[in-house]
Design a protein around this ligand. Structure first.
Ligand code: NDP
Length: 399
């Protein structure tokens, strides 16, 4: 059917690339382009021989001209941005210049401020619409599948959704006292920031990790979970009818939190550059360099993830609750694509989002969050491509 350019070759990209190769009817040709070309070449060597034709390239995704040259040379139908949130805008600029569709899994965040927001990417709406191309924002799991679950609940089960709780549990154990499951810099910026949730039309801000609940997750059991700010809250608050409150909770073990507190207390999680032996270094970037590379956690991680949404609202005048979630097993993911479940749960939806743009199932020019599209084809594809979902109409609620 067509060609995809995948930018980045880290944990998430590796899963997306494996999945594109499994789906060679749609992804006839892919180009893997990243800062370190050797990583792209190593993955190509592993996957070559299948039906999808693979090429590789070196690119600095902070540089629009380099991106434009690469896109003009390869002529993809879609660019899948799996680099870091800092590159979102340059890649969107290059897509505009070349009239190419765009998909990502994380919203833009300036390098020097730990504050991710959609406003920068939403500012491209008119230009994408005029160019006749689509930007699909947030096609990972959260954001991503959580938005699709919300659109699905809205379409099939509710007239109005009043409350959404997004619950993200990782019961995986990698055996290290402290490591992060995806890019440590992005992960630590997210969890050390203030928490917040949306209630009655405005944001309520909390201290980091201030709100804790215990939840009994299907197939995992009881876990401590903490309220975080998370990017899909911003778009879901606007796109779901009748919403009164939306919160996001993520599980963390005590060892992770104790290490994080200690690193924070000694200044290692700061993003303010400091001078060290005549050189400017950012403590958090240095910390990233000494922590285990998330890509190496795959073979060591055992256990499951459970990510889903609990909805409360009204259907035909009656109150209704609905819980929809996916459970993923770290070791099964590793056996299939040599990655743990965190990368898997993000990389599979990125492939699905790109597929739905390529085969024109989702076809509207502009910049959209994932819940603004018809959820049904995505829900079918989740079952088909390794992230089957389960539902319950009498879930335990979060107080
Ligand atoms: P990694 O750090 O493993 O991979 C990032 C990749 O991007 C690396 O290959 C890196 O190159 C490359 N890269 C970074 N900067 C540049 C640049 N300037 N030019 C070209 N390539 C660059 O990250 P992950 O795979 O864990 O995460 C990828 C994205 O997925 C992130 O944006 C993250 O926020 C998002 N994510 C989304 C989730 C969701 O559910 N929606 C969940 C988890 C992650 P190099 O190899 O040289 O370092």
């Amino acid at each position: 059917m067509g060609k995809a350019l995948i930018i980045g070759c880290g944990g998430v990209a590796s899963v997306t690339i494996h999945k594109c190769c499994q789906n060679s009817e749609v992804f006839e040709e892919i180009c893997i382009a990243s800062r370190t070309k050797a990583k792209c070449d190593a993955l190509k060597a592993k996957l070559d021989g299948g039906k999808t034709k693979i090429s590789t390239a070196q690119v600095n995704a902070d540089n629009v001209n380099e991106l434009v040259a690469l896109i003009e040379n390869f002529k993809p139908d879609v660019v899948i941005n799996l680099a870091l949130p800092y590159q979102d805008l340059t890649i969107m600029d290059a897509c505009l210049a070349t009239k190419t569709n765009y998909v990502d899994t994380a919203n833009y965040e300036p390098l020097d401020t730990a504050k991710f927001e959609y406003k920068w990417q939403w500012a491209y709406r008119e230009r994408f619409e005029k160019a006749g191309i689509t930007a699909l924002l947030g096609s990972g799991f959260d954001p991503g599948v959580t938005g699709v679950f919300s659109a699905y609940a809205q379409k099939h089960y509710f007239d109005e959704i009043h409350y959404i709780d997004i619950l993200d549990a990782n019961a995986g154990d990698h055996g290290y006292p402290f490591a992060t499951n995806f890019n440590p810099e992005i992960n630590i910026r997210e969890v050390t920031a203030n928490g917040s949730y949306w209630e009655n039309g405005k944001w309520v801000e909390t201290e980091p990790m201030e709100i804790k609940r215990v939840y009994n997750f299907p197939q995992i059991g009881e876990k401590d979970m903490y309220l975080l700010h998370h990017e899909e809250l911003e778009s879901l608050a606007l796109n779901i009818n009748g919403i009164k409150r939306i919160r996001f909770f993520m599980t963390f073990g005590q060892s992770y939190l104790t290490h994080l507190k200690c690193l924070e207390n000694v200044g290692m999680t700061s993003i303010e550059p400091i001078e060290y032996e005549g050189k400017q270094i950012v403590p958090l970037q240095f910390l990233k360099a000494v922590l285990p590379d998330p890509a190496t956690l795959g073979p060591r991680t055992k256990g499951k993830t459970n990510i889903g949404c609990i909805f409360q609202g009204i259907k035909d005048g009656k109150p209704r609750t609905y819980y929809i979630y996916n459970v993923c097993d770290h070791q099964e993911c590793y056996r299939e694509v040599e990655s743990q479940a965190i990368s898997y749960t993000t990389g599979v939806p990125a492939m699905i989002g790109a597929m739905l743009l390529m085969n024109k199932t989702w076809n509207k020019p502009g910049v959209y969050n994932i819940e603004e599209f018809d959820p049904d084809p995505f829900m079918d594809a989740l079952n088909q491509w390794g992230l089957p979902w389960q539902e319950s109409f009498e879930p335990e609620l979060v107080d």
